[in-house]
Write a new protein. Sequence first.
Lengths: 924, 201
Amino acid sequence: MAALASLGKDDLPPSIKLKNEDDLAVSPFLGIEKGAVLQECRIFNDLHLKPRKCVDALVRLLYLVGHGEKLSSTEATEVFFSITKLFQSNEPTLRRLVYLSIKELAGAADEVIIVTNCLMKDVNSREDMFRANATRVLCRITDSQMVSQIERYLKQEIVDRNPVVASAALVSGQHLLLHNKGDVVRRWVSEVTQALEHPSPMVQYHALALLYQIRQHDRLAVSKLVQGLARSGIRSAFACCLLIRCILRIIGETSVAESMNEQRSYFEFIESCLRHPSDMVVCEAARAIISVPGISREEVKKTVTVVNSHLLRRGSVVRHAALRILNRATYLYPNQQWFDPFDFEDFLHDKNRAITTLAIATVLRGAREQTIEGFLKKIQARFMELPDEFRVQIVEAVHSLVLKYPNSYYSLLNFLGSSLREEGGFEFKKAIVDAYFSLLNEVPQSKEICLSHLCEFIEDCEHPFLSARILHLLGQEGPKMPQPGKYIRYIYNRIILENAAVRAAAVSSLARFLDENSTSQTRKAIVVLLKQCLYDSDDEVRDRASYFLHQCQQKTLEENSLINVDEELSSSPTTIKEFSHLPYSLPELENSLVDYLKREDFNEEFNIADVPKSDRNLEVSEHIPMERVTEKTQEASSEWGNVLLGSVQGRDLSHWQDKNSHLLEMKELASLGTLLKSSPSVELTEPETEYNVTCLKHTYRQHIVLEFTIMSTLEDQILENVYIVADLSSIEGLELVKNVPISLLKHGIPERAFVVLKRLEGFYPIGDVPCEIRYIVKEMNPSTGEVDERGFDEEYKLEDLSFGISDYMLPIQQTNVLFKDMWDKFGSQNEVRETFALSMHQSIPSALSAVREFLGMTVVEGAQVSPYATHHISLFAGSLLTDDDSVLVVCYAEFVKENQAVVLNLTVRSEDLNVSELVTSAIA
Amino acid sequence: MLSSIWEQLLAWLKSLFFEQEMELAVLGLQNAGKTTLVNLFATGTFTEDRIPTVGFNLRKVRKGGVTLKVWDLGGQQRFRSMWERYCRGVHVIVFVLDAADKDRFSTAKLELLEILQRPSLASIPLLFLANKSDLPDALVDPQEIIQTFDLKSIKDREVAVYSVSAKNRTNIDTVLRWLISHNKKPTNTTSHQVGSSNGLV
């Protein structure tokens, strides 16, 4: 068995197997851990060092630190000290790693100064590699006290013949300056200047950098340095680039007038660099020229040409740099057209995608308006192949293009819209959506297209974050658009189809459509939609829906036009509202139906004709005030007057019914015919006086019945034969018909006295009628109830009772005629216009309600008005008692700030000029 | 003749396979002459080095078939806390004293006791060198040194005291011989050896 097994193993060539394993192990550092590596580093403390193993351990340690592994201060210090022991080996590889490790750990470990002596020894060694590296490490670990001790070595090294050593010292000098350890460095100017002459370009470059750094705050010295170098020429391309940058900075710092000459020479140098053999220098020079403030357009153009013709033919890196310069030029000089987009066609198919992107973005920024559309079509295909981060850049370029050429928004938005439909990650989609958001505000004419693109997008959007944002935007902008309904549909679709977060956003957005400008129909629809959301599975969605429903309810309550959501919610879905169009009195209908059910005789059909028809307006006000709202503006339109006269609202007749019952008790009144109208009750006495008297006016076709309610507050007397005397002499057209007295009035019990007046034909008496009560008063002992039979006559003066036009005004009879039609029918011949200033009223709503009270007419349109409105139009309609004379009033109210008064302009039309005048005079 | 060749050959082979290596940590206050002493061990010449050691020096010295790895530690205040890290695992701790600088004897004593009480350094032999014996007011009598530094109280390790002069090379060879004889890790036997200019006492 064993032999077989071993034979089997031998069949597999182990080398192949090993190779495969090697291939699999991609990285030798796979799965290494900090703890294990730190453990491994302990071998540095061994008595007999094994350099090979130490190298491995250090490489692993450096790998960890380089990948961002954080060592604690203790760990770093521990491993640092064990590394210091590696100085005993002179193995070059190991020493190099030691240098690197110390540099890496210098920040984290404590007391790194301990290696100073070892490093100084290396700095003085004969190995150039050791010298250069040790110098760099030494400057890293040293502190400002130690610098003076190592200074002399550094100074020597700067002028060393070996370029590596000299560079190391120069760079270390820069490092010391940067970290504020190197005030000594400022004394090295002569050595560094000497290094500038070093044959190695690298040393020259580093020397220039250090020299500039030492002197950067001394402008004169810097410009001397730069001028000298510009004249003598520079071997290092890097130094040349650096010089260009220095010059750019000097130019930026000097004022133009100060040194034209100086600038001229600088500029000539930069320009000469445009012909430098190194592409890098040419790029740097071109970049510098276009960034010089106040440079002439000619110069820029020349530079762009150089870049265009010279650089764009080079390798990828140079091409990319050149494109960046052009891109920058389009930023800095946005209104110039530097190039034709068709020159760039090659780049659209460049195998380097970064170059493609940059080229597209550059062309988009710098192209002429007319060529954009064609160009966009051209890049569309290539665009879709690019990865997201590149597409984001292009989207941003398109975005800024729309801002630049708002008139081409259509084609650009088409481009964005089709991008939105493409596959793409979140960042890409977000960039597009951001662009839309900004365009919506910046380019108002694009609003509708933007919104429709976004609506389309959320129909199929995988990113809830974006959906929520767009829904919010729709809520913001949708209600202001001409057709808000369109957006409601999109929003509601989200409620049905999306996850909870988006649904909640959609609910909020939907609620935004419930603003003042929305029609009642829209409101109704939204309330229905929101109600459905109350059954959502998610808490947040439900909460939001009920919050907004509540808010909506509050609002409508405030506006005195109720949508009683609570009631609707608790009741069966078929609300009373839906029957409001039936011409029946609902209670009557209900009674009839209940009767029908009680009879249990279902062979006979329920006869709806038996149900008494209602006087619609009264019925409405009697039962469900909220119906008024829904009836109010059935088909609201933007023009005033396109409203049915039957759209009654705001007639407060709540007092009507109970008073009516008292009237009916009066058999005498039956002959007067039907009661047409009752006024609100009026107090005729001051409160807290002997008697409380209120009066109601009931209007019949020919008569007016005054119903006085009298209550005595005096405990020690009773009143007998109490009657009202109204002095009609001051008012024309009224005759006393009958007086119904109160036979006995006891303390605390209200009783009613009636006065029946006849209205003479053709008169609508208006004015004040003085009234008083006359009665026989008898003393009474309140404790025993004994009455002194000796009574005596007494009278008690009441306040005047006033009659106004409102007492004769009824709701209009022809309810299904448009206000506008009837207005036009009456024509202007029966029109009376009058302007009033109502200084008592400080706001339009209060003035309007006063007018309404005065006229007793129905507001058919414009009942709602904000207290802060400065002008407002309301339409009133009504008819006078006898003739079915319809009266229409257009009331324009304006608040005049200077006078602190409301000015009313009333235009009254009716079939009879007299009637119109009567109505206007009522207010006067 | 032949036998001596054989012996040399054997010694060479032996040194090839079993090269002896030992580690020393040299410490003491600044300006005690540590670096100078180590240089003397290494090169056999006296050079007056006035640059203070910042951190530490590492020297390898071959003596009598043994490689001495010497950690020459900086004596300034700021480095004393780090001595311990370099004393761990060494064969011998060498404490160098400036025998002429009597003002700092107490500081030196404190630092010595401080380092010896570290548990990680327990039972490592101590070589106490009173340097600069050539200077006129130097403390040279070993017994006096033992008394001044209370070296008798050190019980857990081997202690040797020598009065040396790097400048005059007094006692240097004796010290080196003593060191080489300690190239084995210390056993737990504790003894006191007191050396003088005339050798062990």
